[in-house]
Write a protein that binds this ligand. Structure first.
Ligand code: MN
Ligand code: MN
Length: 462
């Protein structure tokens, strides 16, 4: 059979189109409430409990059909359904990440200059910094007080909420100081500062040097009970304010912040909820954190969390649990590293090698290897496993394509695939293609979103 590339909308009936569009409504709703890894996890737990999933820590024994979840420090969520086959025969993992590029507040963020109060940020993940100025930004996150009490903050999402923004220089004056800079430095890291207030305090006190800063801190103290030192133990993130939207006259595209990789997070979660029968294999929907900064830390894929919850599952199913059971289970397992790929961009065609690039509307992208410059930092799935996935997709009539992150020498990037493969898990990358990946407003095809969901459903049923 020849490799056939075809736009997925060909052959989509009006009835199916209605389903596809309806599916993306649920997706957009979830993007709006899960804009950070923490809120994604807390909202996902609410849904999971409605779907009959219970906290695995409350169960001593597990049996086929049981639906459980593990929450890791508020930033990872594992949803699992116990299968009918022996666990040691392997687990089917669908692994995505729910962190996205953003701006984090620095530990000591607040200052005042010329009676304007700003907060300093440190960007998280790979961004084009100039994207983030003059945008309405919302603040999400937690502040943990010295006594351990956790204060949640969300400012900028409700209709009448204020927002934050990073002011940029006017074009009339940018000639010497900014226009000559190279693109990666049009806005520098230290220039990513949000404006937070301008009214000085009315309190007359010689001790108070920064009157606007003082007024802002007072406001924060009255609303949230926090003092300046509390920023040190906070995780506050700036993300684009506002909701996911349909894009285009035909509404075929979803435009939203954070689709890398909540597009796979949502579709893999929805698929595990929608599974009708108890699967043969034990299945896991793994929603990970820290992918955008290299999967480090205890909530990233380089941690031992996968061993931790997998061994907990095995020990609750098998008497005389041994370390070998865990090793066998992992080595016999399969995983989809569910992450987005780049959609070929007709305006910047030169970075792509079109024969091997993914396109919007052409279905889920099956990526044998990622990495950059000579496959550095890649998993490179075994041909045998690629064949198995190809067979599954063809058999289920799911539209799929291959993809690459640009031309061989152009750049590149990686996913969590290699960290899964390292444990012995047969792993391949599979997710939709995006335009404007890592921008504040990313674009995904509704058709591709639906095929991604169908892929995960099929993989769980494998
Ligand atoms: Mn990603
Ligand atoms: Mn990414």
């Amino acid at each position: 059979m020849l490799i056939k590339k075809e736009n997925g909308w060909h052959g989509v009936t009006e009835l199916l189109k209605k389903d596809i569009f309806e599916f993306s409504e649920g997706y957009k709703d979830f993007l709006n409430i899960g804009k950070t890894e923490r809120t994604f996890v807390s909202e996902a737990i609410k849904l999971a409990e409605k779907e009959g999933f219970v906290d695995a820590n409350t169960l001593v024994k597990l049996k086929a059909g049981d639906k459980i979840y593990y929450e890791n420090r508020g930033k990872n969520l594992i949803l699992a359904i116990i299968g009918t086959e022996s666990i040691v025969s392997g687990i089917n993992y669908v692994v995505s990440h729910i962190d996205s590029p953003r701006l984090d507040l620095k530990q000591n963020p607040l200052y005042e200059e010329m009676e304007l109060a700003y907060m300093r940020t440190h960007y998280y993940g790979g961004i084009k910094k100039y994207h983030w100025v003059t945008l309405p930004l919302a603040m999400h996150g937690v502040v943990v007080l010295e006594n351990g009490e956790k204060v949640s903050i969300e400012i900028g999402e409700k209709e009448d909420d204020p927002v934050f923004t990073i002011p940029d220089l006017l074009p009339h004056l940018w000639g010497k100081s900014q226009a000559e800079r190279k693109a990666s430095e049009v806005i520098k890291g230290e220039e990513l500062q949000i404006l937070v207030g301008t009214i000085p305090t009315a309190i007359k006190d010689k001790e108070i040097k920064s009157l606007v800063k003082y007024a802002i801190m007072k406001e924060l103290n009255q609303k949230y009970g926090i003092v300046e030192e509390d920023f040190v133990s906070a995780e506050l993130q700036l993300v684009p304010a506002g909701k996911a939207k349909d894009v285009g006259l035909d509404r075929s595209i979803v435009g939203a912040y954070g689709q890398d990789d909540r597009i796979c997070g949502y579709t893999s979660m929805k698929a595990i909820f929608d599974l009708e029968n108890t699967p043969k294999k034990t299945i896991v929907c793994y929603l990970a954190d820290k992918e955008e900064t290299g999967s480090n830390g205890s909530t990233g894929l380089q941690s031992d969390y996968i061993e931790f919850f997998t061994s907990d599952i095995i020990s609750k199913m098998k008497d005389n649990y041994s370390d070998l059971d865990l090793r066998k289970t992992l080595w016999n397992s399969k995983a989809l590293s569910s992450d987005v790929n780049a959609a070929a961009d007709p305006i910047f065609k030169s970075v792509h090698e079109m024969q091997n690039s993914a396109q919007l509307n052409y279905g889920i992208v099956v990526t044998k290897y990622t990495g950059s410059r000579g496959k550095s930092g890649t998993n490179d799935a075994d041909a045998e496993f690629v064949a198995e996935i190809r067979n599954l997709l063809n058999h289920k009539n799911i539209k799929w394509q291959t993809g690459m992150l640009g031309k061989v020498d152009e750049g590149g990037g990686g996913t969590v695939a290699m960290f899964l493969a390292q444990k012995g898990i047969k792993t391949i990358d599979a997710g939709p293609a995006l335009l404007s990946m890592h921008a504040p407003f990313e674009l995904a095809s509704k058709f591709d979103i639906y095929e991604t969901y169908r892929t995960y459903l099929a993989f769980y049923n494998l």
